[in-house]
Design a protein around this ligand. Sequence first.
Ligand code: DX5
Ligand code: ZN
Length: 218
Amino acid sequence: MVMIAPSILSADFNRLGEEIRKAEEAGADMIHIDVMDGHFVPNISIGQEVVRGIRKATGLPFDIHLMIEDPDRYLADFVNAGADIITVHLEATSHLHRTVQLIKENGKKAGVSINPATPVWSLESILSEVDLVLVMSVNPGFGGQSFIPQSIDKIKTLKRIVRERGLDILIEVDGGVKIDNARKIADAGADILVMGSAFFNSEEYSEVVRRFRVENGA
Ligand code: DX5
Ligand code: ZN
């Protein structure tokens, strides 16, 4: 079954705990948390103390998407704040293998993300080490952008490699995911779809989850 991961970047920050509880009640599978440093991406968002605070709001897994330079510096902070999955950008770290090992040594699932202009083949030497690959389908930094259509081919290529090699890797897709393109993205091979604005800007979160499940034949 394809999983839905609402991105709280588009939630009402004045009521963050309540928003997360509502997402859980609506049937979300995990909570996607976008961490931005104003260097790797041109925006600043959520830090480890906020993650620690909202950890009390839900039992759902926390899927932490680090859009920061030198992520090694902050891994322990996010582990201690309650992360379940920690994803770093291939473009943001010089020693990706070490970073992935560090995440796994801390007992967390390790993800690697690639930007729209980064080819799937650049993951070649790290694929056997990771639990998850996050394919960015917009340039990271902001919610509410349009899905980049070429991402579909990248997801298909990645899925083929994962299948051929019998790897146990989840494929996550982030950026511009809506109800009306969810099926196409899932059919291309995605296991987890991140949904920010399409989820939190909707009237009724449970209706988004219901339509998502119907679209994906669940
Ligand atoms: C963008 C973030 C996304 C963002 C997605 O850099 O990584 O998780 O919240 O937002 P939407 O779904 O609105 O494109
Ligand atoms: Zn994200």
